[in-house]
Design a protein around this ligand. Structure first.
Ligand code: F6R
Length: 606
């Protein structure tokens, strides 16, 4: 949801600055721009389109200068136009500023500034900030003071970075509820919305907290509290991600690369710190109620957790979509809220956690990004170790989160005496076999899945059906189809179908059913019943199922048959197939796979 970056260096920084927004493009790709301080003042180059498109038109790496800021935009206030693209300049062009977040009181501020003679060029909320700085600089001629005065007037959320002609070696930045990190490179320092902005140059970073600001020069920086001006000392975090991990590595799209990384991600997920699994299990056992929260994919992951905790551990832990949390949850000090978030920055989830914390609840989170806002807010963080997920669509992070939730459910099941330790070991063995099984399916089935996806890529409406644990899998799979292929897919419990939606079924409606293995006898029988209901009404149905092709001939019009696996890991295998099915459909439809329209990787607005 907008990426910001900045570099203070000892030589020309235009090329690394351009690289930094290439690495941040997954946060926003409506438009991008740079501002570089050169000999003759600040030069801004910006336009709408992808970083490469804008670079081709505006030649972003051309300007000379050792200090600069840059931005990739995901539009919130104002359309996708050149004028609305960041950086924004003050009236005289003395200050340039980029921003991620939403300034909720910008209308009042804009009115005030226009009255005082400031001229606005964009419809953005951001532009008020740079004019505010200009206003406060005029009497004092002190940039830091003017910057802080301006920041204090802002309501809403922000990560802001600013340069000025009056301080030739300084980037001024501040943060509230939108992420901001400083990268320490020795003789060159960086700022970014996340580590990806500078991971090619340094692995040492300092994470800013809310209501802090920093002034960053090439070989120095300081951080202060915005409210009281006191200096804040912070520890340096070492980033474990490799810059190669964030590159495509020969795959045509990050989405495909990340789908193929899932075997390794499962290994990483099953090796998370055992003490953390034990600690979160203690927290669940000690709480009177536990909620699982997330949004979009992570809500479906939470729902999968709800099924796993119920069936394996025998406890009811409702999943709530973070955006609805306040409307639904009952919080007190005996409540535990577990958040699931890849980015650790999602506004709705962060907000729900803060609400729960204020009411005295304990909090924990499974996140992929160390140092993220959610990771720093909660009482206990489990880092899932999936590596950078660059494609806007979540695949590997979601599967890893499901595995970690299953591991927690197993731990509690033993403590609840629902599972003997030896059976837990047996299930853990099945989980440890999953990477190899997924690898085999990816190797052997992806060609076939590609063919099927292409064959049905003209279909505009799908029903995705599953019972039990296959229901969250159906929901998550349908979301993949919607977001990457822009094809409508409705996920629902297969048993729910007959209570209304079945009226839609005729030869023009296509369905996918997520079948359990036959060993799950009741669920298999019931799911087969749902498939029969569709066939009886001439509906077209593709079965994702385990086992023999022949036996299922009567049940499905088309099928993707998978090797028979133990019940506990079966849903994960079908999820991988559904991810590939969505991916290949999107390829056939020539969609913008890694950056689908209207989506952003990290949704930091309400
Ligand atoms: C879907 C997707 C989104 C995110 C959601 C939460 O593929 O990526 O639905 O899952 O916006 O984001 P995080 O996990 O970063 O909190």
């Amino acid at each position: 949801m907008c990426g910001i970056s900045g570099i203070a260096g000892f030589k020309n920084i235009a090329v690394p600055l351009l690289d930094s927004i290439r690495h941040l493009e997954y946060r926003g790709y409506d438009a991008c721009g740079i501002a570089i301080l050169g000999l003759h003042g600040i030069e801004v180059r910006k336009n709408i389109g992808s970083v490469d498109e804008v670079n081709e038109r505006e030649r972003l790496s051309e300007p000379d200068g050792k200090l600069g800021i840059a931005h990739t935009r995901w539009a919130t206030h104002g359309g996708v136009t050149k004028e609305n693209t960041h950086p924004h300049l003050s009236c005289k062009g003395d200050f340039a500023l980029v921003h991620n977040g939403i300034i909720s009181n910008y209308r009042e501020l804009k009115k005030e500034l226009i009255k005082e003679g400031h001229k606005f060029y964009s419809e953005t909320d951001t532009e008020v900030i740079v004019h505010l700085v200009e206003k406060y600089f005029a009497p004092s001629k002190d940039t830091e003071k003017a910057f802080i005065k301006a920041i204090k007037r802002l309501e809403g959320t922000y990560a802001v970075a600013m340069i000025t002609i009056y301080e030739k070696d300084k980037i001024f930045c501040a943060k509230k509820e939108s992420p901001l990190v400083i990268g320490l490179g020795g003789d060159t320092n960086y700022i970014g919305s996340d580590f990806n902005a500078f991971i090619d140059y340094t692995k040492n970073a300092v994470v800013l907290d809310d209501d802090e600001y920093a002034v960053v020069s090439k070989d120095r920086y300081f951080i202060k509290n915005t409210t009281n001006g006191e200096t804040v000392r912070k520890k340096i975090t070492e980033i474990h991600w490799d810059s190669d991990m964030a590159k495509k590595g020969g795959y045509p799209h990050y989405m495909l690369k990340e789908i193929y990384e899932q075997p390794q991600c499962i290994i990483n997920a099953s090796q998370v710190d055992r003490q953390h699994i034990k600690k979160i299990s203690d927290m669940i056992m000690e709480s009177k109620k536990t909620y699982l929260i997330g949004v979009g994919t992570t809500y479906y992951v939470s729902l999968m957790g709800e099924y796993q905790f119920s069936s394996v551990a025998g406890i009811f832990t409702p999943a709530i979509s973070s955006d609805e949390f306040k409307n639904l949850a009952h919080i007190d000090k005996d409540t535990l809220v577990i958040a699931i978030s890849q980015s650790g920055e999602t506004y709705d989830t962060l907000n729900a956690l803060k609400y729960a914390k204020n009411k005295g609840a304990k909090t924990a989170a499974i996140v992929n990004v160390m140092g993220s806002s959610i990771a720093r807010l909660v009482d206990l963080t489990i880092l899932q170790g999936s590596g950078p997920e660059i494609c806007v669509i979540s695949t590997k992070a979601a599967l890893s989160q499901m595995i970690i939730l299953l591991m927690i459910a197993l731990e509690i099941a033993v403590r609840n005496k629902r599972l003997a330790s030896k059976n837990k070991i047996e299930i853990e063995r099945h989980i440890s076999n999953l990477p190899e099984i997924i690898q085999k399916v990816l190797n052997e089935k992806s060609g076939f899945i590609h063919t099927i996806a292409q064959k049905y890529s003209h279909i505009n409406n799908w029903l995705y059906l599953g019972r039990g644990k296959y229901y969250p899998i159906a929901l998550e799979s349908s979301l993949k189809m919607k977001e990457v292929a822009y094809v409508h897919a409705e996920g629902m419990p297969a048993g729910f179908l007959k209570h209304g939606t079945i009226a839609l079924i005729d030869e023009n409606l296509y369905s996918i059913i997520f079948m359990p293995p036959k060993s799950d006898e009741d669920l298999y029988r019931l799911s087969s019943g749902s498939a029969e209901e569709i066939k009886a009404r001439k509906g077209f149905i593709i079965g994702f199922h385990f086992g023999d092709k022949k036996e299922s001939e009567k049940l499905f019009n088309e099928e993707i048959a998978l090797p028979t696996v133990p019940d506990v890991i079966a849903p994960f295998l079908e999820l991988v197939v559904a991810q590939l099915f969505a991916y290949f459909t999107a390829v056939a439809l020539k969609r913008n796979i890694d950056k689908p329209r209207s989506l952003a990787k990290s949704v930091t607005v309400a």
